[in-house]
Design a protein around this ligand. Structure first.
Ligand SMILES: [Zn+2]
Length: 187
């Protein structure tokens, strides 16, 4: 892990396979002691759930290969988690990846088409990368708006409900612990 104090603060070396409890505790420890007047940048974090947890813990910025790499494997990011478009269940599914998404891929291509080309043709990786980055940018924009409006806790609860519709008992324990640290509880 290394830090840079100017013009922003970054932390890196996380998410190389360490346990999730070590991950969030390290992020929290850093955000508590780093200057609040500078952006806090966490390197190599890109899973949507990890972004929400890290923002709750006080991180501001991220970068990661994940949205592009997972696109190459035929995976699209959605509110409920991931769509694995190679799955035969999408062979005749003529809906977009996400009918609420306004990215150019969702506006012009069906799941059935993406199923046909995913992992076979490079255009699929490009189309899914567009959607995945759009999804993550939108997620970050939503969090910024909710923080500004004072409704971030409600946002977290809705995000977790969408990703884990069977309720808080199915939430990963490391997430519950991380959110609890900053006063977000689900019971
Ligand atoms: Zn989209």
């Amino acid at each position: 892990m290394h830090f840079m104090s100017f013009p922003l603060t970054k932390k890196g070396g996380l998410c190389g396979g360490e346990a999730k409890n070590d991950f969030w505790k390290t992020v929290y420890q850093c955000t508590q002691i780093l200057p609040h007047s500078k952006p806090r940048y966490v390197m190599g974090v890109g899973f949507p759930l990890d972004l929400v947890v890290c923002v709750a813990l006080g991180a501001d910025m991220f970068d990661c290969v994940y949205p592009c790499r997972t696109a190459r494997f035929g995976t699209a990011l959605v509110r409920s988690g991931e769509l694995h478009l190679k799955s035969s269940q999408f062979k005749f599914d003529f809906a977009p990846i996400d009918d609420t998404c306004t990215c150019s891929t969702c506006l012009h291509y069906t799941r059935a088409y993406l199923h046909t080309v995913a992992t076979k043709e490079s255009t699929a990786a490009s189309l899914l990368t567009v959607h995945n980055i759009y999804y993550l940018l939108n997620l970050m924009k939503q969090m910024r708006t909710h923080i500004q409006n004072g409704s971030f806790h409600s946002f977290v609860k809705e995000f977790m409900h969408n990703m884990f519709p069977n309720g808080p008992k199915t939430y990963p324990t490391w997430c519950i612990a991380a959110f609890h640290t900053v006063g977000i509880d689900f019971s």
